[in-house]
Design a binder for this molecule. Structure first.
Ligand SMILES: O=C(O)CCC(=O)C(=O)O
Length: 282
């Protein structure tokens, strides 16, 4: 039976039921190619809310803590994220396909999942068709750097296992049990996510019961200089691969008009640097 070790901290490969950690998973030559591809992307800063999806009463709208880029389909934060069973319509917008180098890696990860996870934890038609690329680091306000390299506790609601590949500085990642907003969450398991590592988690425990978060990212001097993250110094990049059923992904032009209006500025910004996004609005 799976018993999570409290405060697990290891540099070696870890494999429990529904949780895999593999340091050094991405070979240096592949990492180089992926980083070259990343230097062609122009990540954007998104707001968490919009006219159609306003913040809760009394709360201001806010920027995300980091620039992001999505592949496969884009879940714009301001329309809210994919959250079955109710939040499935008009949330996942068709986006650019994976480049060959990523698709190859993703196919290997899918094989790994099929060998290691119980079939009951892999939904029918599951494949990792959605990727969120998170850029972690310091935001610059004039000359002042503000470290915003963290993610608050949350769940990824896309069905089935989620795979995460990290580059750059190590991140302190935790699975936590949440006791509600008033109380401190209890850490169930933690793991430093290292450069070129792969983490995969799935099953009820890691997807449905526990939350996860990134508490901090080390700052030992790694900076990605070739990225197009203006006013931001990136020291960690994380790819999170997920599955969204195809029937819940729709092109930008098929969204209702009010949602297209909410997204107009983002899509226009993306279209400045991407033929795919340019086609979406032409
Ligand atoms: O950066 C990470 O390691 C985790 C990212 C994450 O939790 C997410 O994208 O949902």
């Amino acid at each position: 039976m799976f018993k999570p070790k409290l405060n697990q901290h290891s540099r070696s490969s870890q494999q429990y039921q529904n949780l895999i950690y593999k340091p050094g998973y991405v070979k240096p030559s592949i990492k180089k190619e992926i980083l070259e591809y990343l230097s062609t992307l122009y990540p954007i800063w998104e707001m968490r809310f919009s006219n159609s999806n306003p913040p809760p009463e009394g709360e201001p709208n806010r920027e995300l803590l980091r620039p992001v880029y999505w592949l496969g389909n884009w879940q714009f934060a301001c329309l809210d994220y994919y959250h079955p069973p109710k939040g499935i319509r008009n949330r996942c917008v068709s986006a650019e396909e994976y480049p060959t180098i990523l698709q190859r890696m993703v196919s290997e990860i899918e094989n790994e999942v099929r060998q290691s996870f119980s079939p009951k934890d892999i939904p029918e038609n599951w494949h990792l068709n959605t990727c969120l690329i998170n850029f972690y680091g310091n935001k610059y306000y004039d000359d002042t750097a503000v470290d915003c390299a963290r993610v608050g506790e949350h769940k990824d609601f896309e069905p089935g296992p989620v795979a995460s590949v990290s580059f750059g500085e190590r991140a302190y990642f935790q699975f936590v049990k949440s006791e509600g907003k008033q109380q401190k969450s209890q850490v169930v398991l933690h793991q430093w996510l290292e450069d070129s590592s792969l983490q995969i988690f799935g099953g009820d425990k890691f997807k449905k019961q526990l939350f996860h978060r990134v508490q901090r990212v080390e700052n030992k001097g790694i900076i990605f200089k070739e990225l197009n993250t203006t006013g931001f110094e990136t020291r960690r990049i994380n790819f999170t691969f997920r599955y969204v059923p195809r029937e819940h992904i729709l092109p930008y032009r098929s969204l209702p008009e009010n949602l297209r209006t909410d997204l107009k500025n983002y899509v226009t910004e993306l279209a400045n640097h991407s033929d795919f996004w340019k086609n979406q609005i032409d």
